[in-house]
Design a protein around this ligand. Structure first.
Ligand code: PFF
Length: 460
């Protein structure tokens, strides 16, 4: 058998490399930071009672999400192929089985499903960009904004229109490839988004509900947390960090050999978490200052932020900039959802990159109709977790991503030989490597299993 270290050394990606460590950090941050932080985190935290959920979320991010992110990057860089091929290749090379490629395939399926609803929600932010720019929030109180939002989601034609626009943009960027498309798209977004959130935070502080908002977010009330809530917190950690489906693995394939995976992951995870908390700190004060319901659901950010925007100086400008940046943050995440499948089609079926991107875009578009109709024509069709959208969301965030992450961390921690992982993770950082290996072998897999068992009621 070939020496795993030697054969990994020779491999190069077919799609080029990131031009620098910063470009990679930006790309992975671009994937992680998105609608998950600003749209999803606040509403899921709101539905699950706040503080205790947030605490569990933070634990999941650092004890499960961070080691799995490192595992994904290291596998990606070692394989230097799309996630399916990489898992198959490393499976064989490390003395396991080629069938590890099934983990990659499951990730592809999960990516399609996530992108299908992600694009619809990103469409909402495009619509809200237009609303903000045309000063449509002026003079509206909470109920008026509620009507504005339900007016949007009850109209399938508008939703399909924006869903289509967003997917076309995503497809075009992915079709253009790593260097030109992905890198350029992520350079300014994260810093700009943080700046504007800070401006909104300053406004939230002066708004009246800041104390109540902070208490809701940071004072744990464990009686409000159920087994399902713990699972939702873990699912949100996977979703927000983009781990468990191969997105980060696909990006890892383009990471130059000399860059530190540990430093990169810590930076990305910290930034992602800070932005989610920041979003919560902006949104919940508005919720409480206006007597709104924190458990409002997917419309929460769209029904709260405009209240602040309507009252603040230069609200039109800030609001327009905010929704553009949010759509842009969504775009850089959507790109990373499409990249694994496109890389796979190109490498495994010799498809042209542009054709592969169009194929992926077309399939995603069709799947997205399920989400579109969940908010109008099929809104009454409820089963298992709720609407079709609720079920797709639950299946991907709470089941497929954690299951994928579990298998990835088992592979990196148990199947892969320690020499290979130490080699990728830069063995000069001894204690950090040992900590990673401990988290990846024991903490992360056991925690995922316990959360699953707890959610199905098996732990009593
Ligand atoms: N992390 C992204 C967000 O928080 O919006 C969503 C996402 C991107 C999830 C890529 C999964 C993924 F593979």
């Amino acid at each position: 058998m070939a020496d795993p270290a030697a054969s990994a050394q020779r491999r190069l990606s077919l799609h080029g490399q990131w031009s620098s460590r910063l470009a990679f950090v930006l790309a992975v941050s671009g994937s992680a930071v998105g609608l998950g932080n600003i749209w999803k985190f606040p509403y899921v935290a709101g539905q699950n009672g706040g503080g205790a959920f947030v605490l569990v979320y933070l634990l999941c991010v650092f004890a499960i999400g961070l080691p799995i992110m490192m595992a994904e990057i290291l596998l990606g860089r070692r394989g230097r192929r799309n996630p399916v091929t990489t898992m198959g290749l490393l499976g064989r090379e490390e003395g396991g089985s080629r069938q590890w490629r099934l983990v990659g395939l499951m990730g592809m399926l999960c990516g399609f499903l996530i992108l299908s609803f992600y694009s619809v929600i990103a469409g909402w932010t495009l619509h809200y960009t237009v609303l903000a720019a045309s000063d449509s929030f002026a003079g509206l109180a909470a109920d008026g904004l509620g009507e504005l939002f339900s007016g949007l989601v009850s109209n399938p034609v508008t939703l399909i229109l924006w869903h289509t626009v967003f997917l076309i943009i995503t497809t075009v960027v992915v079709a253009r490839g790593v260097e030109e498309g992905l890198e350029r798209a992520v350079r300014v977004m994260v810093p700009a988004l943080i700046l504007i959130m800070l401006a909104l935070l300053a406004y939230s502080i002066s708004f009246g509900g800041f104390q109540a908002g902070l208490e809701f977010l940071f004072r744990p009330d464990f009686s409000a947390l159920t087994g399902a809530g713990v699972l939702a917190a873990m699912g949100q950690a996977f979703f927000s960090l983009s781990v468990g489906m191969g997105a980060v693995m696909a990006y890892g394939a383009y990471l130059p050999q000399e860059e530190s995976i540990i430093k990169t992951s810590v930076a990305v995870v910290s930034a992602d978490t800070a932005i989610a908390l920041l979003a919560g700190m902006v949104i919940f004060p508005i919720v409480f200052a206006n007597g709104l319901d924190p458990a409002e659901g997917p419309g929460l950010v769209f029904q709260t932020l405009p209240l602040a925007l309507a009252k603040m100086p230069a609200g039109i400008l800030v609001g327009t900039a905010f929704f553009i940046l949010l759509a842009f943050a969504g775009l850089t995440s959507a790109i990373s959802l499409m990249e694994p499948v496109v890389a796979w089609l190109v490498e495994a079926f010799s498809m042209r990159r542009s054709v592969a991107a169009m194929l992926a875009g077309g399939v995603t578009w069709a799947l997205g109709l399920m989400t579109v109709f969940s908010f109008n024509l099929l809104a009454d069709w409820q089963f298992l977790r709720g609407t079709l959208f609720d079920n797709i969301d639950y299946l991907t965030s709470n089941i497929l991503l954690p299951a994928g992450g579990f298998l990835i961390t088992i592979f990196a921690g148990w199947i892969m030989c320690a020499n290979s992982s130490a080699d990728e993770l830069d063995a000069t950082v001894g204690p950090a490597y040992r900590l990673w290996r401990f988290l990846a072998r024991y903490v992360a897999p056991v925690a995922v299993l316990l959360v699953f068992l707890n959610a199905v009621g098996a732990l009593g």
